[in-house]
Design a binder for this molecule. Structure first.
Ligand code: NAP
Ligand code: MG
Length: 515
């Protein structure tokens, strides 16, 4: 299954993509929203030790959706204790890997069964268009659990013929108790990327969702209990990162590994904190991807790809194609087509079926993006469209789809992660020029090349220092295909068999065979 096709989700819906239209008038998650939102520790829903709670908002309306338990250090301690006990002495490690796989498959089935409700929860909490939640986030979450359920029964060690005096083999073992800290841009999908390989390998997890988007994790936590995960195998601590639950996880002496997705600055803090007990760390951080269009490309396809690349999920995507390199002789034609297509995008509440682009996740992010727009103007970039919050939206954290032309790769707008619907267009003359500029960034998460020349495509695929390269496509994902960063975009690979490496240890066993 290759989902993604966010471009078709975004723009073709209005052009008649045959999707089963579900009426959003019925609020399937109403009952969930009205229930108390507690922490999941040791198989039970409990209040935080402090009793504190915090609000989560609908970024399209600025209304409070509900209050959620605010977990802190003491709650993390409780969760880690439960996870440790579940790992060392609970039924999780003793059960067959087939049974472990079945529990994961049951969770996937339950998520699928409640797909529309979960899509609404994600859209209300994050703001993303309902068609993206429904056709990207939820199905990719389901497929990720199914893919990793398949791995549970396929983990193997090896025998090594090193020395006939010894029988030598390796055991692949789970690392133990795993802390997982995730961001708000793909709340349930990031949960699946983290839980899938960790659980398949037999670990026990303590997850901290982002403060802006705690809800889908809590609903999936309910479904996980229904699926039959033993007590303590999965724990969810909603709350804050700095000086709170997130920091408690990264410093914890009894957590064996921490997996983090988010900002590079936070990633550095996580690495520093990990020195407490030298826990293993994997990081998936930001990006400033080059999206390179050569004159010999299918221009219409590349225009759609540029839109998918930067406006999918309101630009809140770590692998967003935020630097669009256009070969000079197609620049003007490309820009005409691009701005015309952007003009057709409908901005509005995510819950509206017709919405292509929703609000940013929070006021803080909206302000950050508007600030970057000001910086770009100050640097002399030329505004081609957007550049402000839409005046017609009286409420919500919206930013119009924005494109700057005449950008120079050294400008801040081309070097810093905006994490919003802001595209920097950089014209180029020669292959050498674009080859040099593409890698002139501290990040290295992804990149794309649009060309009909196979040789050029391969040359750039090997030249660009990034973990994922798309050729004549953008934002395509599959749970079987690894994803992760070069340079300051992080280390470790998620998805595919590579993620299993993050969550397992190899042990060598020597048996003396000498008489
Ligand atoms: P962030 O601070 O890195 O947040 C990611 C996660 O880390 C959240 O769960 C957060 O908790 C937690 N966290 C924050 N400080 C922590 C600490 N000191 N120790 C442990 N955990 C901590 O990112 P953000 O503030 O949400 O967004 C800021 C910028 O980061 C964005 O504008 C964007 O540039 C980038 N970002 C990148 C990605 C990505 O996928 N690469 C995703 C999100 C954001 P709380 O949020 O609950 O405090
Ligand atoms: Mg929210």
């Amino acid at each position: 299954l290759i989902v993604s096709c966010p471009e078709s989700v975004q723009l073709s819906v209005s052009e008649g993509l045959s999707v089963a239209v579900v009426q959003e008038k019925e609020l399937l998650c109403k009952e969930f929203l009205s229930r108390p939102k507690q922490l999941l520790i040791d198989g039970k829903w409990v209040n935080s030790v402090s009793g504190k709670t915090f609000e989560t908002l609908n970024p399209a309306t600025e209304e409070v959706l509900c209050r959620v338990a605010e977990g802190g250090k003491e709650d993390v301690d409780k969760a880690v204790k439960a996870a440790r006990r579940a790992f060392e002495t609970g039924p999780w490690r003793k059960m067959s890997t087939a049974e472990r796989a079945r529990i994961m498959l049951r969770l996937a089935d339950l998520i699928e069964k409640h797909a529309d409700e979960l899509a609404q929860i994600e859209t209300l909490d994050n703001g993303k268009p309902i068609n993206e939640s429904r056709y990207v986030d939820v199905p990719q979450t389901v497929e990720t659990f199914r893919y990793y359920a398949g791995w549970a029964t396929k983990l193997e060690g090896e025998t090594i013929n090193a020395n006939t005096n010894f029988f030598t083999d390796t055991l692949r073992e789970p690392v133990g108790v795993v802390g997982q800290i995730i961001p708000w841009n793909f709340p349930m999908l990031m949960l699946a990327w983290k839980w899938g390989p960790a659980l398949a390998a037999g670990n026990c997890v303590v997850l901290k969702p982002a403060e802006q988007t705690p809800l889908s994790a809590l609903r999936i936590g309910e479904l996980a209990l229904e699926a039959g995960f033993p007590d303590g195998v999965i724990n969810i601590i909603t709350g804050f990162g700095a000086d709170s639950a997130g920091e408690a996880i990264s410093h914890h002496m009894d957590i064996d590994k921490v997996a983090f997705t988010g900002e590079d600055k936070t990633g550095k803090l996580i690495v520093q904190a990990s020195t407490s007990n030298l826990k293993r760390v994997s990081l998936e951080l930001g990006g400033k991807a080059p999206n390179i269009v050569f004159a010999d490309a299918d221009i219409d396809a590349a225009v759609k790809g540029a839109i998918t690349g930067i406006f999918f999920n309101q630009g809140q995507v770590c692998c967003a194609g935020s630097r669009l390199f256009l070969e000079k002789n197609i620049h003007d034609e490309f820009m005409t087509k691009l701005t015309e297509r952007i003009g057709k995008m409908r901005q509005g509440e995510g819950m509206d079926e017709k919405t292509h682009i929703g609000p940013q996740v929070s006021k803080e992010q909206q302000e950050r993006i508007l600030n970057y727009i000001g910086i770009a103007k100050g640097e002399g970039a030329k505004l081609a469209c957007g550049g402000e919050a839409p005046a017609e939206m009286k409420k919500g954290y919206f930013v119009k789809p924005t494109v700057f032309t005449g950008v120079n790769n050294d400008m801040r707008i081309a070097q810093e992660e905006v994490f919003g619907p802001v595209l920097a267009v950089i014209p180029f003359g020669t292959m050498d020029e674009v080859a040099e500029q593409a890698n002139k960034t501290t990040f290295g998460l992804s990149g794309a090349v649009w060309t009909r020349d196979v040789k050029k495509a391969h040359k750039f695929a090997s030249h660009i220092k990034a973990g994922t390269i798309w050729v004549n496509c953008y934002n395509v994902f599959d749970p079987a295909v690894p994803f992760g960063g070069y340079k300051m975009s992080g280390y470790g690979r998620e998805l595919g068999k590579h993620s299993i490496e993050l969550y397992t240890n190899i042990k060598s066993v020597w048996v003396n065979m000498m008489d």
